[in-house]
Write a protein that binds this ligand. Structure first.
Ligand code: GRF
Length: 229
């Protein structure tokens, strides 16, 4: 009989702003009971609402501000030290607005996960909702992926999709995508806590016992889309 791995999945969350994905991650980790714990929240921005929320929740929260370091390498090193102090199994980027260097990404290879508000590989970078509207795509969404040195690129863990409406503005689309972001990140936290996520020899993600890793919003907030007759 194989031993059951009951160790806690330790998570460090990196933030820079509002922190709604952080909240979804923390709530998802709490639902896992002793299987998962957000050990620390690290913010690149001392004024981030995410940081204030984390402190109110009694989470260990600290600032590593890029403007306190003369170079990106030095910032990355300080950030890596802050993370290593908590010995996380995974580092989750949740609205973290700094581009991380290759050495940092390599150091946390296979343990660094990001959420991006588009269906990658479409629309890497900023202003994804404007890009989606400008190009006329009919489906948009979010991607949770392992981080590689290439910006907004890497093995896809899960995607959430929303229909694009002719009446959408960048803000309305962003709001609808954000609701799906929270659910997808929460699901990924559960999978991580259950130790079901692996990368295969081709660098693709596998989640044990899970055949589909694509998520639709609940019908009540899906907007309208055509059913296939
Ligand atoms: C999210 O849309 C995330 O995908 C993007 O930045 C936004 C952060 O929102 N990278 P929040 O701070 O999690 O509320």
């Amino acid at each position: 009989m194989s031993a059951v791995n009951t160790s806690i999945c330790r998570l460090v969350v990196l933030v820079s702003g509002r922190g709604s994905n952080l909240q979804a991650i923390v709530q998802a980790a709490r639902r896992q009971g002793p299987a998962a714990r957000v050990c620390a929240v690290v913010s690149s921005n001392p004024d981030a609402a995410a940081l204030a929320w984390a402190r109110r929740e009694g989470l260990q929260a600290q600032v590593v501000a890029h403007r306190d370091y003369p170079s990106r390498d030095q910032f990355d090193q300080a950030l890596a030290q802050a993370i290593d102090a908590h010995q996380p199994d995974y580092v989750l980027l949740a609205g973290f607005m700094r581009v991380l260097g290759a050495a940092f990404v390599q150091r946390f290879n296979g343990r660094l996960i990001n959420i991006h508000p588009s269906l990658l590989p479409a629309f890497p970078g900023l202003h994804t909702h404007q890009q989606a509207l400008a190009t006329g795509v009919q489906w948009h969404g979010c991607t949770v992926h392992f981080v590689t040195p290439v910006l907004d690129h890497g093995p896809i863990v899960a995607q959430g999709i929303v229909p694009v409406l002719d009446t959408d503005t960048p803000d309305s689309l962003a709001q609808r995508v954000l609701g799906v972001e929270h659910r997808v990140y929460a699901q990924v936290v559960q999978w991580l806590a259950q130790k079901r996520v692996t990368l295969d020899a081709f660098g693709r993600v596998r989640v044990a016992g899970v055949a589909s890793r694509s998520f639709f919003p609940a019908s009540s907030d899906a907007g309208t889309f055509q059913e296939i007759a």
